[in-house]
Design a protein around this ligand. Structure first.
Ligand code: FAD
Length: 319
């Protein structure tokens, strides 16, 4: 079973369902992850994405008050989790691969691992700056932008590796998705320049786009129209997140550079408990999902952020 996401979309008769999960925090058991996936399996997801989390720097207090800067990865395991899920559920898994944290050589090696595991789908991303840095800094000999990563994967799909003297240059068979931003990427000068760079990723060989979460479908529809006007003709998959906790009200706009429409923020303003937020957020996301499905989007892709209850409530009414 080595189907690609794009094949799944092309062969589908209607809107597909997919979701994204996070690797558990280091030390946690994979069973907890499965217990979040299990309730969603009855709705026949077409693929599951697994995020990638690069290193962060923390300061540890040492003797005589010295602080030691330590690099740690709190959520390792993206590739292993993809392989485990693929084996357990027989489903397409899509590891996220970032430029950040990888040299070109390390990227090549990661892609070779994935290929050996029969995982031939990736979402190619630049990655965010690490928390202690104001802007994104690539690794030495790493890619500055996601397009560099897309290019490298496409080279390997042509049998071209970094080491020119290699004897066996078998072609990989990766299907690559990339990220798109209905409300513009936070660092982009303008929507126009962001779309220009998005088109470059598609022209380089990416097969489809998954969007950042949004809470106003109109923004998604306008984004799709702008993409089409620019000549971006690939499937565009909307990314959806049900708001489920009080802390999301500040965290989501700040972290993902997205806004809540007035109607939603008016409702959220009166909430004082997580349960109240969860009810409103779930109902809002259901309404978004119904409208998007009616508009015949290729797939509804949900960000679970480790919690599947609300997503289950939504997809049970849709799929
Ligand atoms: P790029 O496409 O490289 O764009 C980054 C910025 O640079 C944009 O402003 C773009 O307009 C600009 N740009 C692009 N190319 C050029 C160029 N040639 N010259 C000048 N400017 C250029 N992050 C993680 O760390 N791990 C994850 O698992 C993860 N999963 C994600 C999944 C989805 C669906 C989305 C939408 C985002 C995800 N992110 C993840 C966050 C993502 O890494 C960040 O949003 C990051 O800041 C940008 O990534 P990108 O791939 O869109 O970058």
């Amino acid at each position: 079973m080595n189907k690609s996401v794009i094949e799944a979309i092309e062969q589908a008769e209607g809107t597909l369902f997919s979701f994204e999960i996070l690797p558990p925090l280091k030390g946690a058991d994979i069973e907890a992850l499965y217990s979040g996936i299990d309730p969603l399996m009855e709705f026949k997801p077409s693929f599951i994405n697994v995020t990638y989390h690069r290193e962060e720097y923390v300061y540890k207090k040492r003797e005589k008050g010295f602080l030691e800067k330590i690099s740690i990865r709190k959520r390792p395991g993206t590739v292993g989790i993809c392989a485990a899920i693929k084996n357990k559920y027989g489903i397409i898994t899509v590891p996220h691969l970032t430029c950040g944290g990888f040299s070109r050589e390390e990227t090549e090696n990661a892609l070779i691992d994935l290929s050996f595991l029969g995982i031939n789908n990736i979402l190619a991303l630049r990655g965010d700056p690490i928390k202690s840095e104001a802007r994104f800094v690539p690794n030495e000999d790493g890619h500055q932008y996601a397009i560099g990563l897309v290019d490298q994967v496409m080279q390997m799909n042509q049998g071209s590796y970094l080491d020119e003297d290699m004897q066996n240059k078998s072609k990989t068979n990766f299907c690559v998705g990339v990220a798109g931003y209905p409300e513009k990427h936070a660092e982009a000068m303008s929507m126009k320049s962001d779309l220009k760079h998005l088109k470059e990723k598609i022209d380089a060989g990416a097969a489809y786009i998954v969007t950042q979460m949004f809470f106003d479908n109109q923004k998604f529809f306008e984004f799709v129209d702008k993409c089409r006007a620019m000549g971006i003709n690939c499937p565009i998959i909307p990314g959806l997140k049900p708001i489920t906790a009080l802390r999301h009200i500040e965290f989501i706009p700040k972290t993902f550079g997205v806004s809540f429409p007035e109607e939603l923020s008016d409702q959220l303003e009166n909430c004082s408990t997580d349960e109240q937020v969860r009810k409103i957020g779930t109902a809002w996301c259901l309404k978004q999902s119904q409208e998007l499905k009616a508009a015949k989007v290729p797939c509804l892709h949900y960000y679970t952020m480790g919690k599947s209850d609300s997503v289950k409530e939504i997809v049970s009414k849709i799929f």
